[in-house]
Every structure is written in structure tokens, then in C-alpha cells.
Design a protein around this ligand. Structure first.
Ligand SMILES: [Zn+2]
Length: 450
């Protein structure tokens, strides 16, 4: 029996001390060698289940930063993302389709931005084809028609969250890769077929598909855009494959017509006019912004193409009321409005130009837009200057006065104080008066500004 075994405090003999020292040094060397062969250091000693368990305590941002720290760590996080992404990292696919408060919506969007960042970093060595596969799978899980809990698509933010995710994943990709993304997602959701059904048939015939197409393009590609150049790129992807008439129809579907009661209001522009500036912004704000982006920031559209698109849209699906054409042009700004009216004036379409100019004045008066009146005079000056000879210029100017006269007489004829036509009459007279004042100012400019 070795009694020393029970006497741990007893000082070992010198020879024993040497042995244990050598043993410890040997073990330390083995440990260092093993550690050197482990890419993740001590972390590699842990079984995979425990590693994943630890990753669960990290935030999505931390995980995404880990993926760029080393190849081994990226593989580990990617393995965790693919197999164990649950618990605190569970993606709330179902909740996205329920009614959320503004704060909850903002939180969701931020969450999907972070997920996009994780996906972008953890798949950075994958081929575009494989990354697109992951993106498509993501969309399948989020798409409203695949989720039973989605009761109201108009209030649901699932596609918007997917859009945020997508734009984060593809940030910095070149145009040809972004085109591949667009084609892949459209193909995955059979959107080309849906668009064809919408633009080639009578407006409103497939109202459900129309709304679906609008939400698909707006929420995934257009609304999450961070810059005007991005928006110009994506709206071009949506419109360019189609002929002009279909482009106009699509543009109306996406931005011009309101989407209420689960239907696009196709006849709104031919039947109603906005009553004040706020309503006018609701009518024309979105569509004028996108037209300005195409006109000023897209290299893929010439100014003539944009004007043709407007021309086509203002008769989609039937002719718009002149007052609405004037409202759109005012919202689009002076350069675009002048370009469009000047091309009509060059072609001798004076009646149309006069009618729109009179309506521009009317809209300014109705919406108390004083700066708008001076904008109209700048437009008129430029439009008149493109007309060839002085006789035609005079003809155009006189035509505007005649239009005012006709408008006033028409309203007077149907005046009935009970249905509010007296307000219309007042606005027409005021519009003509304001126009006359501006003209007087121009005519007597030399005397007035001495
Ligand atoms: Zn939904």
C-alpha cells in the first residue's frame, strides 16, 4: 500500500517533482499544439450543440459581425442560421400579417433590415444563383397568399419587410445582378403573367390581381428604395419591358389610382377633382414624384419618352378631367409641364393648351397657391415663345381668354346655389381675374418696375 497517496501535503521527493514537472510541460505542449490546430481556439473544444446554444444568446447584429470575422466562424453561423434559427432568433412570419401599430411596424422593418445584413454577410461567398434561391425561399414564406393569418393585404407589412430585407441583401450589387434579382423574383411569383392579365384586359376586370401586382412592385422594389437613383432603376425594370400603352396603365395602377376597398379606382381622374391642396397631394403627389425621377434622374428615359408616358396616362383608362391634368402638371413642376404644353403648341393644338392653362389658373386659385400663378406665367411665356409667328402667338393668347369666357358661361348656365355650383362659378371668375392681373403686370412691366 502506498501511504504517500493518502498524504497529499507531504513534500515529494526531488525525483518525483522532476517527473511531474516534465509531465505538465508535455501536456501543455500537446494542449498548445491542439489549440493551434483548432481554428476557433477554445471554442472548438465545445460540441456543436453547445456552440449553437451559445450563439442563441447573441443578437442578429452580433451574428452578422461574427460572419465576417473568419471563414470558420462564418460557416458556424451559417450552419446555425440554416438549422437552428429559432428561439430568440425566430423569424416572425405569422405576426407580419396581423394588424400592427406604427411602432411595431418600425421594429419589424428594422428586424428585417438586420436579417438582410446577416444574410448578405453569411452568404457573401455564394454564387448569385444560390443567393437568389435563398431570397426566393424567404419570399415564399412571407407571401400573403401562403399565410392563412393574412386577412387584410392593404394593412399587412409582410411584403414591405421582405422589400427591406431584399434591398439590404442586394445593396451594392451591380445593375446586371439587380436585373437578375428582379427577373428571378418575378419568375418565382409568376408576376409577368399577372401583369399581362392586368394590362391587356379591361381595367377593374381582375381587381384582385391588380391590387396584387401593385403591392408586389411597390412594396418589394419601389417603396423601400433609399435613393432616387434606386427608384429610377427599379421603376424602369417594371415599366420598360412593356409597350407605351401598357406602361401608362401600369404607372396608373402603381401610383395614380387610389387603392380603396380592395380595388384600384380607375375612373377617379375622369370623375372627381381634389377639393383642396391636401387632397391634391394625395391625388398627384406619388405619381408626380415618380415622373420627376424618370424625367430628371434616369439615364434610361429620354425627356420625350416621359412626356409620351404622361400623354398616354392622362387618357388612361379614359380621358382625365382637364382640371386633373392641370393638377398633375403643377405637381410635376414647371420644366415638365412646359415641355408637354410646348409640344402641343408647336403642333398647333391651341385649344387644348388654352384649356389646360385656364385650368392651371383655376387649380392655383382653388388651392390658394399664389406661387403657382407665377409659375403658370413662366410656363406660358416659354410656350408662346416656341410658336412660330406672332399671329399664332396672339391666337393662342386670345384662345386662353376665350376659354375663361366659355368656362364662366358654362358654369353660369348650370348655376344652382343648392348644389354648390356657385363656388365653382366664383373660382372660375377669380381664376380669370388672377390671370388678367398677371398679364397686366407683364404688359406694364416697364412702367410698374421703375
Ligand atoms: Zn399579408
Amino acid at each position: 500500500m502506498d501511504i504517500k497517496h493518502y498524504m497529499p501535503n507531504k513534500k515529494p521527493r526531488r525525483s518525483d517533482r522532476l517527473n511531474s514537472k516534465e509531465k505538465a510541460a508535455f501536456e501543455e505542449t500537446i494542449k498548445v499544439n491542439m489549440l493551434n490546430s483548432c481554428i476557433l481556439g477554445y471554442f472548438d473544444y465545445l460540441p456543436i450543440e453547445l456552440k449553437f446554444r451559445i450563439l442563441r444568446f447573441l443578437t442578429v447584429e452580433d451574428l452578422s459581425i461574427l460572419t465576417i470575422s473568419s471563414k470558420a466562424m462564418r460557416n458556424l453561423v451559417e450552419g446555425y442560421r440554416v438549422t437552428q434559427f429559432s428561439g430568440p432568433h425566430r423569424i416572425p412570419y405569422e405576426e407580419l400579417h396581423s394588424s400592427l401599430s406604427v411602432e411595431e411596424q418600425a421594429m419589424m422593418l428594422s428586424r428585417f433590415h438586420k436579417l438582410g445584413l446577416l444574410m448578405k454577410r453569411s452568404t457573401c461567398v455564394y454564387a448569385t444563383k444560390d443567393r437568389l434561391k435563398i431570397v426566393n425561399e424567404f419570399l415564399t414564406r412571407m407571401e400573403c397568399s401562403n399565410v392563412k393569418t393574412c386577412k387584410d393585404m392593404s394593412r399587412c407589412i409582410a411584403l414591405l419587410c421582405f422589400g427591406k430585407f431584399l434591398h439590404t441583401v442586394i445593396a451594392g450589387w451591380d445593375d446586371s445582378e439587380c436585373q437578375r434579382v428582379f427577373d428571378s423574383l418575378c419568375q418565382h411569383m409568376c408576376v409577368h403573367r399577372l401583369v399581362k392579365a392586368v394590362v391587356a384586359n379591361k381595367p377593374g376586370l381582375h381587381s384582385h390581381i391588380e391590387v396584387k401586382v401593385r403591392h408586389f412592385f411597390r412594396r418589394i422594389f419601389l417603396d423601400p428604395c433609399g435613393t432616387v437613383l434606386d427608384k429610377a432603376f427599379w421603376i424602369t425594370r417594371v415599366l420598360k419591358p412593356w409597350p407605351l400603352v401598357f406602361q401608362a396603365r401600369l404607372l396608373y395602377l402603381l401610383y395614380s389610382g387610389h387603392c380603396s376597398g380592395g380595388e384600384i379606382q380607375w375612373h377617379e381622374m375622369s370623375e372627381n377633382t381634389p377639393s383642396d391642396l391636401e387632397q391634391s397631394t394625395q391625388y398627384f403627389g406619388n405619381v408626380s414624384s415618380i415622373l420627376q425621377i424618370l424625367y430628371m434622374h434616369s439615364v434610361e428615359w429620354s425627356s420625350d419618352e416621359v412626356i409620351c408616358l404622361i400623354d398616354e396616362m392622362i387618357s388612361t383608362p379614359e380621358d382625365w378631367l382637364v382640371e386633373n391634368i392641370a393638377g398633375l402638371l403643377l405637381a410635376c413642376g414647371e420644366p415638365m409641364a412646359t415641355k408637354m404644353l410646348a409640344s402641343r403648341a408647336i403642333n398647333g393644338r391651341y385649344v387644348e393648351v388654352a384649356s389646360i392653362v385656364a385650368s392651371l389658373c383655376l387649380v392655383c386659385v382653388k388651392h390658394s397657391n399664389n406661387s403657382g400663378m407665377s409659375q403658370v406665367m413662366v410656363m406660358l411665356k416659354r410656350i408662346v415663345s416656341v410658336v412660330d409667328n406672332w399671329k399664332d402667338r396672339l391666337l393662342l393668347l386670345c384662345r386662353i381668354s376665350d376659354t375663361f369666357k366659355e368656362l364662366i358661361l358654362d358654369t353660369h348656365e348650370f348655376i344652382d346655389s343648392d348644389d354648390g355650383n356657385d363656388a365653382e362659378f366664383y373660382h372660375h371668375v377669380t381664376a380669370m381675374t388672377e390671370f388678367a392681373k398677371q398679364m397686366t403686370h407683364l404688359a406694364f412691366k416697364n412702367v410698374l418696375e421703375v
